[in-house]
Design a protein around this ligand. Structure first.
Ligand code: APR
Length: 365
């Protein structure tokens, strides 16, 4: 996965280069600076003394010594002064200069801490968004494995509003699933039982389908059909778009995953490079999928392509089915992905931050 987010201690991250959030003297300090110097040993400080310091926004490299990396790239982040003193541009420069320096040293992998988000007081939400945007801009034209290592869970936190909205969506789906199993115990698996269920559900809480109906998104309700098998009347195509979507579903019925993926890329006028970069999938894995018509990806990989292609829920289910997967209302990972797709939100890093906040596997290879 070209860009991943992990929780951990950067001094234990094995890669070609790790980045240090240093100060202009480059002579060590607290936080991650202190941790890196302690783990690297005294030779790191000795080499730093020869560098003559570092300007804010710039980056300089030393060897990694006792750390599990070839290089340490020292960069100096901006001290947060309210946002009106060029802090954002300086922080962007820290990431860009560090990546360019790593690239010039031939590094294929690099790990960053959240620069300036500690002692320098940069607000964590802005710090992580700036990091993600800058790293993804670099990866649009470079092949490198970039890891953002957050030391504590709060550093990668998504907004409280988003967190609560996803938690409510999950609760509703679990509640719906409990209702479904209660109804099956009462009515068995008859259609009539299934058809009356949405009405019953509406009275209790909107739930997944109730919310779709309330949002007037009958398309989604119709699209959601494959998961709950409502009778045909409920799934009548209401618009040309629905008809197209149904036609593409029919067209896809006997293709392999790889064939479906390549067809969808062509249908959307995307290039292979655009697709695998947007999906946060590395080039090697993509070429494996492209050349092996029977290749079966992991579920996280298949979903990464569904997000990159901005597939609707039924198109996502159809593509997943080619690899033998589906989305279930009883798995938090699946529900979080459905939450974003059903809202037309396809920013894979934002989805991964939400998955990270809920302790779930990330999307990508
Ligand atoms: N691994 C990964 N991340 C870490 C680690 C670690 N071992 N230790 C701390 N962090 C995280 C912090 O939680 C924070 O999110 O690194 C981020 C940056 O925090 P600081 O290390 O305080 O760096 P910064 O905010 O850029 O301030 C730099 O602090 O240590 C001094 O000498 C340094 O003066 C400089 C200033």
């Amino acid at each position: 996965m070209p860009f991943s987010l992990i929780r951990g201690d950067i001094t234990k991250t094995a890669c070609d280069a790790i980045v240090n959030a240093a100060n202009p003297s480059l002579l060590g300090g607290g936080g991650v600076d202190g941790a890196i110097h302690r783990a690297a040993g005294p030779e790191l400080l000795a080499e730093c003394r020869t560098l003559g310091g570092c300007d804010t926004g710039d980056a300089k490299a030393t060897k990694g010594y006792s750390l599990p990396c070839k290089y340490v790239i020292h960069t100096v982040g901006p001290v947060w002064q309210g946002g009106g003193s060029g802090e954002h541009d300086l922080l962007v420069s820290c990431y860009t200069r560090s990546l360019e320096l790593a690239d010039s040293l031939g590094c294929k992998s690099i790990a960053f801490p959240l620069i300036s988000a500690g002692a320098y007081g940069y607000p964590k939400e802005e710090a992580i968004s700036t990091a993600a945007d800058t790293i993804r801009a670099f990866l649009a034209s470079h092949d490198m494995e970039v890891t953002l290592v957050v030391f504590d869970r709060t550093s990668a936190a998504i907004s409280r509003t988003l967190y609560n909205s996803i938690a409510e969506y999950i609760d509703d789906a679990y509640a719906d699933a409990r209702d479904d199993s209660a109804r099956r115990r009462l009515f068995g698996n008859t259609m009539s039982g299934a058809v009356s269920a949405p009405a019953a559900k509406e009275s209790r809480s909107p739930g997944f389908f109730g919310r779709m109906k309330k949002a007037g998104r009958s398309k989604d309700t119709a699209e959601a059909v494959p998961m709950l098998s409502f009778p045909a009347a409920e799934t009548a195509c209401e618009t040309q778009e629905d008809k197209d979507s149904l036609e593409s579903l029919i067209a896809a019925r006997d293709e392999s995953f790889s064939q479906s993926l390549l067809r969808l890329i062509d249908e959307r006028g995307l290039t292979d490079v655009q697709t695998y970069r947007k999906a946060n999938i590395d080039r090697k894995l993509f070429s494996k999928i492209r050349t092996d018509v029977s290749y079966r990806p992991k579920k996280e990989t298949a979903l990464a392509f569904a997000i990159a292609l901005e597939l609707t829920l039924p198109e996502t289910l159809s593509l997943l089915a080619k690899a033998g997967y589906t989305l279930s209302d009883s798995l938090k990972f699946d529900l979080i992905v459905k939450y974003f797709i059903s809202r037309g939100s396809y920013d894979i890093f934002e989805i991964n931050r939400a998955l990270f906040a809920f302790d779930q596997t990330l999307i990508g290879c």
